[in-house]
Design a binder for this molecule. Structure first.
Ligand code: HEM
Length: 210
């Protein structure tokens, strides 16, 4: 769970940093997207690195879901008799929404790939001009797309807050002080990620990026 999660978090930070290039301008953003297809050149042919990364991410997502299923089964097996009384509040909101949060994120990623990678559901959908795709996507008239992205990114934030905390515990932060630190680190990283991602659609919505 922790190893696949860490890989996915690394991707999320790299992707967020790349997205912020939109504030430099259309040429810089489109050039960055073109560079993504040339990483490893001339050793690797065109787009090979991207496909290796896609394969790696798919394996990490599948491993993450498999580990979650195994852990849930193990937890259920450890307590075959259901609790007669189950206290309502158990853990933070982030901890209690991991399963459904994960499903929402997965559905969002499918829509997001159709939107900004394949371009099928994007008003422009030009693979050579991702800047134009993003600006068209979050235009004020398409506020519902921005709303959907906002909900999904906030879901990612909650998922990460609990996920990073759990991963840090798995990796040894089990003392009360370690847990306190792990909680703070997880909160800061989740907030930075949510703010970084949301800055792009909101910059388009408010006309800062056009
Ligand atoms: C508002 C936030 C976001 C924006 C503006 C954004 C923007 C983009 C753009 C422009 C692309 C296409 C890049 C290209 O083809 O060169 C892309 C691809 C992608 N994004 Fe996002 N993204 C956002 C949030 C997210 C989130 C939260 C996730 C994951 C949970 C995510 C996962 C992906 C994936 C998996 C791809 C496909 C990469 C590939 O082609 O292999 N994105 N995004």
């Amino acid at each position: 769970m922790a190893t696949s999660g860490i890989l996915l978090v690394l991707f999320l930070f790299a992707h967020m940093t790349g997205n912020l290039k939109i504030f430099v301008g259309a040429e810089a953003f489109d050039h960055y997207a073109a560079w993504l297809r040339e990483i490893g050149s001339p050793l690797l042919p065109h787009q090979w690195y991207l496909w290796i990364q896609r394969g790696g991410l798919t394996i990490a997502v599948l491993a993450h879901i498999a580990a979650a299923t195994i852990l849930a089964r193990r937890a259920r097996a450890a307590r075959p008799v259901r609790y007669a009384h189950r206290p309502k509040v158990q853990g933070s909101y982030a901890a209690r929404t991991m399963r459904w949060g994960g499903v929402i994120i997965l559905l969002f990623v499918v829509f997001h790939i159709l939107d900004l990678t394949a371009g099928t559901v994007n008003p422009v959908g030009d693979p050579h001009h991702p800047y134009a795709n993003v600006v068209a996507d979050f235009a004020p008239s398409r506020w519902y797309v921005t709303l959907f992205y906002t909900l999904a990114v906030v879901a990612v934030g909650f998922h990460l807050r609990h996920g990073i905390f759990s991963a840090l515990r798995t990796l040894g932060q089990r003392t009360p002080r370690g847990e306190r630190n792990a909680r703070s680190v997880a909160l800061v990283l989740a907030v930075v990620l949510v703010a970084g991602y949301l800055s792009v659609p909101f910059a388009v919505l408010t006309g800062l990026v056009s």
